[in-house]
Each structure stands twice: as structure tokens, then as C-alpha cells.
Design a protein around this ligand. Structure first.
Ligand code: GAL
Length: 490
């Protein structure tokens, strides 16, 4: 029996086991897609959807897995019809929702995401679905919905204890199941009543914080809890990447195939952060296994931001078949605090499918610094830890093998050449054709990252990390080749 056969067998068992954890068999890896809200607020229409959907396809995003297009709030008329049903907004969507969805989404291999609130109104003041769950779910299903983002506004006091929230959200979970259509169910209750403790048996993900803002670490009065408060009773909005990352660090172990903590949509491409800050944001959302939902204007992306969002080595961390989130092991204060008083360095690591590991050094300090940790620290501080006592090959997930250079990205963005053709498709990964697991098993450096040397057993990892930046590696056992050889000889 060849080793690749063994590997394949192993994967199908892992997949079967993983799908059993999902309450509806969906979202075995975190959802990926695009949403209107961060870049357009409630001001979007048929053209917005068409233009961005077309870019998802032509820029290669769809084939990296960014498939769901979420109409975030304001999709219907302001009032229900006299018989109580939701009414589509025909001035915003003159072709009709069904026809728009068929033409721009489903026929292009994209998915349709709808939005509502488990309350009387949505957050934007449109009709909410509390009390109308079966009727609304069957209307969405008739339009071809594949995903529901379900908010928490105007919940009329049906919150405040985990039971109250769970019961309210479970009604929609059952309604979606009754439609007979596969609809990924994504709670947006901002961490209220700790959904990570109860939502995995009724949904596929739940937001764990107030709304994100396009800032790295700027505090906002509207987001009153700090990054160290793992549970926040007033989640608010205007939360920075650093704030959400801190909150998420306490609950990463709650992720599992089929249920993910949602750190909110990506801001990459919206202009409020530096290149290094966006890299940190994207890398950590990916490795924590948050859903990766872009919230930008896809026809207005800079080449650098495009390079971040299409980095297959980072997306491979997010879509890893094992589905375990990276964990934070150390936070060290430095003297280089920025004007918000933030100056720490964070060490994260986690395990990936097939025995690989991921390690991240985050530098939130105000200046670039050399960061070094030995393998014992990297793997949680236990000196007998097996992982600390072996040699690893290092792959830099931000090296030049996986990040499309700005000049090539610019050509793709302006339509001069397709992503699958630029430099003979060197930066193009088509996950629709080759799964992440298969790509990883074939040692494709597009997925592993750029080879960056080796660290010996009990050795030290070291990198110069820019201010607000990140160093991140995939580690693959340096003995793996030997193990494979031995197995072949058997
Ligand atoms: C908020 C939600 C946002 C967005 C918005 C729409 O409550 O957290 O992500 O959906 O409502 O009005």
C-alpha cells in the first residue's frame, strides 16, 4: 500500500469525523466570502452585487474559496406585506432577487447569503424575523439562499441569559432545517450570552465581539470592553483588530469543524490600516479559524491588499482539515508603547492537519523588533513537549513564493492578464479543483509557504518583526521524509 493511499485514507476518516461535529453537516471549515456592510453600509444595490460578484470570479477569489455573497441588511422593503411576508426591494434589485441570484451568483459558482435579525427589526430598521421564522426561512430558501447571517437587534428583552438567547436562535435553526435546503447558519449576536458555550449545537458560527472598525488598535468609547475582557456585556461597535484579537484569544479552543468563533468581517482593502497591520489582521483571523468574509470594494483594491487576501499559504491555515485554532501562549510588555498605550509582543502557536504546526509572533509595539522564542516556549512552555523535542522545516507564509508581487497584482487588477496566467499561474491556487488537503499533501510551496530553513530540536525561532506586524511560519517535521520512507518499506 503506498503512503499516498494511506494519507488519503487518513483524510477521509478525519473528514467523516469532522462532519459529525457540525449540527447540520455544513461549514466543516470556516465560511469564506464577501459581504456588503463594511464598505457600503446599507447603501448597495443590484449593480454593487453584480460588480463585486464578477470580481470574485475574475480575480480568482472564488477559486480560493471566497464563495458566499452576503446581502447584509436592507434587502427588503421597510414593511411586511399585508399577509406578513417579507417583500423584496424592487427599486434596489430591479431584475428581481431570484434572477439576480441565479445570474450573478449561482451560475458563477457563488453562493447567496441573506441577513435578518432575531428581533422585531434588523439593525438597519428593516423587518426582523422574530416570530416569523418559518415563513422567512422558506422565502429565503425559495430564492436559493445558502447562508444566513442572523443579527441581535431589537430582540425585545429575549436575551440576558444563555438560555434565552439559545432558545431564540434555535427557532431559526429549526426553521432553516425544515426548508430542506443546505443553509449555513451564522449568528451575529456579538458574543452576547457567550454563544461559544451553546451555539455549536444549533449553528455554524457566532460573532464573539462588537463590530470591527478599520483600525489596528485605536480604542473607541463605543467598544467599551478591553482586549483582556473575555466576556463583554456591552459589545458595542468600533472595535479594533487588536481589541477583537485579545477577546478571541480566551475562547479559541471553542472552535471545531462545523462551529467557529466569528471575529467579524475583514477590513483589508478599506484603507484604515498599514500593510503590516492588514497582514497581521488577515493572518490571525485565518489561523484562529474565523470565517473569512471580506468587506471591501473589490474593484478598488490596491495590489498589496490583493496580495494579502489571495495568499494561499495563509488561507490554507484557515481551511486546514483539522480545524483547530491557533492558541496564544505568551504576552510580553515592551517599553515601546504607541499612543494608545499598546506595546506588547504576543506568541501564538497551534497544530494543523498531518502534524504540521503554525507559529506566529505578533509585534504590537511601536517599533520593529527582533523577537526570539525557543521551541519549548513556542509550544506552550512544557519542556517535555514532544513538539519542542524535534527538528522542523520552516515555511514563511508571507514569503515571495505565495504573495503575488505588486507589479503582477496590478496587471491582474486592471485586467491586463488573468490571475491564472500571470507568470504562468505561479500565484494561482484553485481550491475548487484541488482541495487544501491534497495540495498540502503534495508539498506545494504555494500552500506551505516559502522555505525558510530549519530549526533543530529545542532550538530557537527568531525574526525581525515590524511594528504592528507579524512573522508567521508553518512548521513541518524535518523527520517527515524519513517516516514516509519507512512506511513505504513496510
Ligand atoms: C450589526 C452587525 C453588522 C451588520 C449591521 C447591519 O449589528 O454587527 O455586522 O450586519 O448590523 O445593520
Amino acid at each position: 500500500m503506498s503512503s499516498s493511499f494511506l494519507l488519503g485514507l487518513h483524510f477521509s476518516h478525519a473528514t467523516l469525523a469532522a462532519s459529525g461535529l457540525s449540527y447540520n453537516g455544513l461549514s466543516i471549515t470556516p465560511a469564506m466570502g464577501w459581504d456588503t456592510y463594511n464598505a457600503y453600509a446599507l447603501d448597495y444595490n443590484e449593480t454593487t452585487i453584480q460588480d463585486n460578484a464578477d470580481r470574485l470570479v475574475s480575480l480568482g477569489f472564488r477559486d480560493l474559496g471566497y464563495r458566499v455573497v452576503i446581502f447584509d441588511d436592507a434587502m427588503t422593503e421597510k414593511n411586511r406585506s399585508s399577509n406578513g411576508s417579507l417583500v423584496e426591494n424592487s427599486s434596489k434589485f430591479p431584475s428581481g432577487l431570484k434572477s439576480l441570484v441565479d445570474r450573478s451568483l449561482h451560475s458563477q459558482g457563488l453562493q447567496f447569503g441573506v441577513y435578518s435579525s432575531a428581533g422585531r427589526f434588523t439593525c438597519g430598521g428593516y423587518p426582523g424575523s422574530l416570530g416569523y421564522e418559518p415563513a422567512d426561512a422558506s422565502w429565503w430558501a425559495s430564492l436559493g439562499a445558502d447562508y444566513l447571517k442572523y443579527d441581535n437587534c431589537y430582540n425585545e428583552g429575549n436575551s440576558g441569559t444563555p438560555k434565552l438567547s439559545e432558545h431564540r436562535y434555535a427557532v431559526m435553526s429549526n426553521a432553516l432545517n425544515s426548508t430542506g435546503r443546505d443553509i449555513t447558519y451564522s449568528l451575529c449576536n456579538w458574543g452576547d450570552d457567550k454563544p461559544w458555550e451553546w451555539a455549536s449545537t444549533i449553528s455554524n458560527s457566532a460573532r464573539m465581539s462588537g463590530d470591527i472598525q478599520d483600525y489596528f488598535d485605536r480604542p473607541a468609547a463605543s467598544c467599551p470592553c478591553g482586549p483582556d475582557e473575555y466576556y463583554c456585556q456591552l459589545p458595542g461597535y468600533g472595535c479594533s483588530v487588536f481589541n477583537i484579537l485579545g477577546k478571541a484569544s480566551h475562547i479559541t479552543s471553542k472552535n471545531q469543524p462545523g462551529y467557529w468563533n466569528d471575529l467579524d468581517m475583514l477590513e483589508v482593502g478599506n484603507g484604515g490600516m498599514s500593510y503590516d497591520e492588514y497582514k497581521t489582521h488577515f493572518s490571525m483571523w485565518a489561523a484562529i479559524k474565523s470565517p473569512l468574509i471580506m468587506g471591501n470594494k473589490l474593484y478598488d483594491l490596491s495590489p498589496e491588499d490583493y496580495g494579502i487576501l489571495t495568499n494561499p499559504a495563509v488561507i490554507a491555515l484557515n481551511q486546514d482539515p483539522q480545524g483547530s485554532a491557533i492558541q496564544r501562549h505568551l504576552v510580553e510588555q515592551t517599553d515601546n508603547k504607541d499612543r494608545w498605550g499598546v506595546g506588547e509582543v504576543q506568541l501564538w502557536s497551534g497544530s494543523l492537519f498531518g502534524g504540521d504546526q503554525v507559529v506566529a509572533f505578533v509585534n504590537a509595539a511601536n517599533s520593529s523588533r527582533t523577537i526570539s522564542y525557543d521551541l519549548v516556549e513556542v509550544f506552550g512552555g512544557v519542556s517535555t513537549n514532544e513538539q519542542a523535542q524535534q527538528a522542523w522545516n520552516l515555511y514563511d507564509v508571507w514569503g515571495n513564493e505565495t504573495v503575488i508581487p505588486a507589479a503582477s497584482a496590478a496587471m491582474v487588477l486592471n485586467g491586463t492578464v488573468g490571475i491564472e496566467a500571470v507568470n504562468e499561474g505561479r500565484w494561482y491556487y484553485n481550491a475548487s479543483e484541488t482541495s487544501w488537503a491534497d495540495g498540502l499533501a503534495s508539498n506545494d510551496t504555494l500552500l506551505l509557504g516559502t522555505p525558510a530553513g530549519r530549526v533543530e530540536a529545542a532550538g530557537t525561532l527568531s525574526a525581525e518583526v515590524p511594528s504592528h506586524g507579524i512573522a508567521m511560519w508553518r512548521l513541518r517535521s524535518a523527520d517527515k521524509g524519513n517516516t514516509k520512507k519507512k512506511r513505504d518499506e513496510l
